[in-house]
Write a protein that binds this ligand. Structure first.
Ligand code: MSP
Length: 479
């Protein structure tokens, strides 16, 4: 039976066009989805937009539009950005989708019925940019630590979710499922915070109406995070054939939203009697001059700008190669160009161009039992992919490209015209292209056309079939 694999990105606030930070998570999810497809798994890859809440209502108002009207204009920007980056998601969910709204109300009702929701009054601090509550302990100077903007003071009637009740449950969950919070260092951080204090959180607002009404008290609308997190569940309930994907294998998120995903989210699910996701992986931030890249900081690189540097596949490659997935990375155009030139144009591009040119002239000859790529390396790559260590997986592939280039340098088939050597190199190219496909699908597909193989696991494990090969077009232009 086929294994199922369900991967998600956060749903992004469509208050502006998407930027490199959003692309990072979405590319990573696409890479994992493709890696799983390559392995014959049945994949559901979900992304989308988080459309309710104060932040969106304010932004739309400033633009002189109704929230839905304002957002509808931005959705094509997200969809076309993902298309340009070669991202193949299965559903783009919007929290204004009717099927989602219905599920949110159902779950709210379930939590209410289980006694986990009660009415009270919220008095405290709020950051609209985060759509999050703060205490004076988290923000003693009343400034949001992430957005560096003054916090709003709120005082209003509100329903609360009994998070405090779930302290033991959460600690037990982290202990029994060490990968639930990944990477490791984040688990310690969250565990300590949960041990320290777990307060009930406010889940409804009455001072504006852009949201989903609580089913048991319609003058309240659901707190945007309660609504948003449920997208991961509601997307699997919209048709019978999607139900089997629940719960998610991995929620990929940025470290800014780890508390919501590893504390609120499992407690909400437990309260509603639903099963829990297997893993939440929080990656680091892309910074520019040590400042988090984003709309609020005014330093965001838009998707078109990112692609214009060296193309979509080079951008995908760079983002996953440059920084370890759990750590921050400093973005620079120079570094992207350097990796594009040195690793993609010089190493990979030259290998393809050299071997395809010679293969067109001298043809290949099959040599039995030869594979340049050791089994051990394939296993290591698989382990790194399992752990979302994309940089390490790419490192091994690039090293293998180096070895293949060295092998050619050593055997000099352009002097010897040795068709066995050419065959071995073409075989190595097949393996490289298949392993690189999740990262650079367009490039790999071009290579597969030149050397006439399919991108599949069977082809990775089988020798290349001899065929007529034509010189490849240039894959990466040096910049
Ligand atoms: N709408 C919420 C998420 C709800 S999920 C149930 C949200 N949206 S957001 O538009 O602010 O996007 C946040 C996500 O974008 C981060 O978690 C991260 O995945 C990505 N990034 C945004 N800026 C980023 C960087 N500078 N660097 C890396 N990723 C960042 O929060």
């Amino acid at each position: 039976m086929k294994k199922t694999f369900y991967v998600t990105t956060p749903i992004y606030y469509p208050n502006d066009v998407p930027h490199l930070g959003h692309a990072y998570t979405t590319i990573a999810a696409d890479v994992l989805a493709r890696w799983n497809k390559l392995h014959g798994n049945e994949v559901f890859f979900l992304t989308g937009t988080d459309e309710h809440g104060k932040k969106l209502a304010n932004t739309a108002e400033k633009a002189g539009k109704k929230p839905k009207e304002f957002i509808d204009e931005l959705i094509p920007e997200f969809k076309s950005a993902w298309k340009k980056l070669n991202i193949e998601y299965d559903r783009f969910i919007r929290t204004t989708d009717k099927d989602h709204e219905k599920i949110v109300q159902q779950i709210l009702q379930k939590c209410y019925d289980s006694g986990d929701i009660y009415k009270g009054e919220y008095e405290g601090l709020y950051c609209v940019a985060c759509e999050a509550y703060y205490t004076e302990k988290d923000a003693p100077d009343l400034i949001c630590p992430i957005h560096e903007k003054p916090l709003e003071k709120l005082k209003e009637e509100s329903y609360f979710f009994r998070l405090s009740k779930y302290q033991d449950f959460l600690l037990d969950l982290y202990k029994k499922n060490p990968d639930f919070i990944s990477p490791k260092n984040r688990r310690k951080e969250i565990t300590n915070r949960v041990k320290e204090e777990l307060r009930d959180f406010s889940i409804s607002r009455t001072s504006f109406d852009w949201g989903i009404p609580l089913p048991f008290d319609k003058k309240h609308i659901a707190f945007v995070w309660f609504d948003a997190l449920l997208n991961y569940y509601s997307a699997t309930q919209s048709s019978e054939k999607l139900k089997k994907f629940w719960p998610a294998d991995v929620h990929i998120i940025g470290k800014d939203i780890i508390w919501f995903h590893t504390v609120y989210w499992p407690a909400m699910l437990k309260s509603a009697g639903l099963s829990l996701p297997k893993k939440v992986f929080a990656h680091g931030w892309w910074t520019i001059n040590s400042k988090k890249m984003g709309k609020s900081a005014g330093n965001a690189l838009k998707i078109d700008q990112l692609i214009s540097i060296a193309g979509a596949d080079s951008a995908r490659y760079f983002l996953l190669r440059e920084a370890s997935f759990g750590d921050d990375g400093n973005f620079s155009e120079e570094m992207l160009i350097e990796r594009h030139n040195n690793e993609l144009a010089n190493k990979l591009g030259n290998l393809i161009s050299r071997v395809s040119t010679l293969a067109e002239k001298y043809s290949l000859q099959e040599k039995k039992g030869v594979a340049l790529l050791p089994e051990k390396l394939k296993i290591q790559i698989g382990e790194h992919m399992e752990n979302l260590e994309f940089d390490k997986a790419l490192h091994i592939i690039i090293k293998f490209i180096d070895q293949t280039n060295e092998y050619l340098q050593d055997k000099k088939p352009w002097e010897t015209h040795d068709s066995n050597v050419l065959y071995e190199s073409a075989n190595a190219i097949k393996d490289i292209a298949i392993l690189l496909w999740p990262f650079m699908p367009e490039t790999s597909e071009r290579i597969s056309k030149t050397f006439n193989f399919n991108i599949s696991l069977e082809q990775l494990n089988a020798p290349l079939k001899i065929s007529k090969i034509k010189k490849s077009e240039i894959l990466f232009k040096k910049i």
